[in-house]
Design a binder for this molecule. Structure first.
Ligand SMILES: Cc1cc2nc3c(=O)[nH]c(=O)nc-3n(C[C@H](O)[C@H](O)[C@H](O)COP(=O)(O)O)c2cc1C
Length: 307
């Protein structure tokens, strides 16, 4: 059996990425309704709002959903305790050492996947006792590792060393992408940019349309010599940051004006290279149904290939 489906309890092994302010109940419940796994973010740091969003999820869906815990950004263990208390069954941990909370979460019956951008990170997470890995290639949007390794190379390398189920993230928007990472050894996919540009995504249409208008070279990796390293759409602001070669955290302070006010120059517009593969705003259900149909037909046609 596919281990990601066993662990998430969802119909399809399609996970909606955690994204600060965006990955809340409106988007996550639509993903759950369409057979995927919606994830509630906590990286916004708005812990009380995120707790409310988790409670709302229980009202909006009877399907399983998950929560992301960015370890370095958690001020204390209150969010961990809240997940345990509210019956969350699936957690992804990221940005930090999963050892800190893996036992508490697993003792509460919660499945824990850790987000890794490297083989080293994957080995450490496996040693910490996590149940699976979200493997993020450099193609993806948002906060990135300064070491740029493409998703397919990363999955193959991790598969050679570790037998844990892998959810592949970065650059996937369709059934062909899903089939490619499954062939490499993944058992699930996680998508950020595709879901940001969905009908149910809460972001301003200016952001969705900018993703749709982008080409595959329409993003920069910024701030590689410092922290945080991010991948974002090409705009006047990000061109300046790219030319300077440096970005400080204050550049991200106005990100809500970009996400919800539609000012594309208010902050870097986090996005993956996958923006160049997205041509239309579609509902979450259309996105997931198309991916599954396309994936199934790709598998049949590949099954007929013999050399
Ligand atoms: C707009 C946007 C915001 C993101 N914010 C976060 C975040 O707050 N926390 C996080 O762990 N990952 C964040 N990510 C990364 C995603 O979780 C995911 O790994 C990535 O989007 C996968 O690549 P894709 O965009 O090509 O699908 C963000 C991505 C996007 C596009």
């Amino acid at each position: 059996m596919n281990r990601v489906i066993k662990h998430t309890g969802s119909k399809y092994p399609i996970i909606q990425a955690p994204m600060g302010w965006i990955a809340r109940s409106q988007l996550a419940s639509a993903v759950c309704a369409a057979g995927g796994m919606g994830i509630i973010e906590t990286s916004s740091g708005e812990i009380d709002n995120c707790k409310k969003e988790i409670e709302i999820m229980s009202e909006l869906t009877t399907k399983p959903f998950g929560v992301n815990l960015p370890l370095l950004f958690l001020k204390d263990d209150s969010m961990v305790k809240f997940c345990v208390k509210s019956g969350v069954r699936f957690v992804t941990t990221s940005a930090g050492d999963p050892t800190k909370y893996v036992k508490t979460l697993k003792d509460a019956g919660i499945t824990v996947y850790h987000v890794v951008p490297s083989l080293d990170g994957a080995i450490k997470a496996a040693n910490a006792g996590v149940d699976g890995l979200v493997v993020e290639g450099t193609e993806g949007g948002g906060f990135k590792s300064p070491v740029e390794v493409g998703l397919l190379v990363l999955i193959q390398s991790i598969k050679q060393n570790i037998d844990l189920p892998i959810i592949a993230a970065g650059g996937i928007v369709d059934g062909a992408g899903m089939a490619a990472v499954f062939a490499a050894g993944a058992e699930g996919i996680q998508m950020g940019t595709r879901f940001v540009s969905s009908l149910e995504s809460p972001v301003h249409n200016n952001f969705k349309n900018k993703i749709i208008d982008s080409s595959i070279d329409g993003t920069y990796i910024l701030n590689k010599k410092s922290k945080p390293v991010i991948r974002a759409l090409k705009t006047n602001l990000t061109r300046d940051i790219d030319e300077k070669g440096h970005m400080d955290m204050t550049s991200l302070f106005n990100i809500k004006e970009l996400y919800f006010g539609g000012d594309m120059e208010a902050a870097p517009a986090l996005s993956g290279q996958s923006a160049g593969l997205i041509n239309e705003i579609k509902s979450v259900k259309e996105i997931i149904d198309e991916i599954i149909n396309d994936f199934n037909s790709k598998c049949v046609s590949m099954g007929n290939l013999k050399f």
